[in-house]
Design a protein. Structure first.
Length: 306
């Protein structure tokens, strides 16, 4: 099997995936029409080398990042393609047609898209190519966050699903296969529900934006770094598990009323101001570094640091 993979698109997600794949031992070909691609690729290779040195790994144990002059050059002879281009439902099918024409017959065609389903991308492709299109949706940044949501279309073959799962696991990720296509997948749907509730609590004067974040970081966020939603409910029910939890807590939770929420820009103005007062007008690199350090420490504690 080839140990070469392609990354199409060198934005934030694409660069992070390229770093992850190279760190995991693959030769990674990167294509993007951006003019500074040579500098981007050189920077990624330097990061991979520095990361290997920091982890005391031999150079032979890590891969390399190479520049490709075209889509066709990037996907020639590869086993896996990770597309991370713009979220454009018109351009992605065209791009995947290029990929399918030039890539080997057994290559998997994955998209990082968070909004465009595999079925839409594959609609104009021949059946044999459509069977190899799948969503591989990460949480940002993919080289740090373990989750990849693997979302097949009705046309995607089981062999493609299994190959995608195996590939992401070889990179130390935690792939979860969804049973069907749905807008927002799973992670973003959960995030959307929590986001709306958080906004409504601030808009209705229950808590400040900074106070809500303090609640999250010191309760649910801390708990969820160790156990999932249903696992936590199972613990909460004691010897009776989740059945006991729902018997005891379910009716009280069902009685919690919904608050009005307004996510239009005008309605969000007070929330915007509170967030900017608490954290500054724009996120800083220093704050991002602190976030990443904490997340890495959590992963280390879970035995997932690499």
């Amino acid at each position: 099997m080839s140990s070469t993979v392609a990354v199409i698109g060198a934005g934030t997600i694409g660069r992070s995936f390229a770093f992850l794949f190279a760190r995991s031992g693959y030769t990674v070909r990167v294509f993007d029409p951006r003019r500074d691609l040579a500098e981007v690729v050189a920077g990624l290779q330097a990061d991979v080398t520095a990361d290997a040195s920091a982890r005391d790994e031999l150079a032979s144990q890590v891969g390399t990042v190479e520049l490709a002059e075209s889509v066709e050059a990037a996907v020639a002879g590869v086993v896996f393609v990770q597309e991370s281009g713009p979220e454009d439902p018109e351009s992605k099918p065209v791009l995947f047609s290029q990929i399918a024409e030039a890539a080997p017959a057994g290559a998997v065609f994955a998209t990082s898209s968070s909004t465009i389903p595999a079925s839409m991308i594959a609609a104009a492709l021949p059946e044999s190519a459509a069977a190899r299109v799948i969503v591989g949706h990460p949480f940002n940044p993919p080289h740090l966050m373990p989750l990849v949501e693997v979302v097949p279309s009705p046309q995607t073959s089981q062999e493609t699903v299994e190959a995608a799962v195996e590939f992401y696991r070889s990179c130390g990720r935690e792939p979860v296969v969804l049973g069907r296509e749905i807008r927002g997948f799973v992670g973003n749907r959960l995030q959307n529900a929590l986001m709306k509730e958080a906004i409504s609590l601030v808009q209705n004067g229950v808590v400040t934006a900074e106070g809500l974040d303090t609640v999250m970081k010191n309760s649910l966020g801390l708990r969820w770094s160790a156990i999932g939603q249903f696992e936590g409910m199972h613990f909460g029910g004691g010897e009776a598990g989740i059945r006991g939890f729902m018997d005891h807590i379910g009716p009280a939770f069902a009685a919690i009323e919904d608050l009005p929420v307004d996510v239009d820009p005008a309605g969000m103005e007070d929330v915007f101001e509170q967030v900017e007062e608490a954290y500054g007008p724009t996120p800083t690199p220093q704050a991002a570094a602190v976030r990443d350090r904490i997340q890495k420490a959590v992963l280390d504690a879970r035995g997932q640091g690499r």
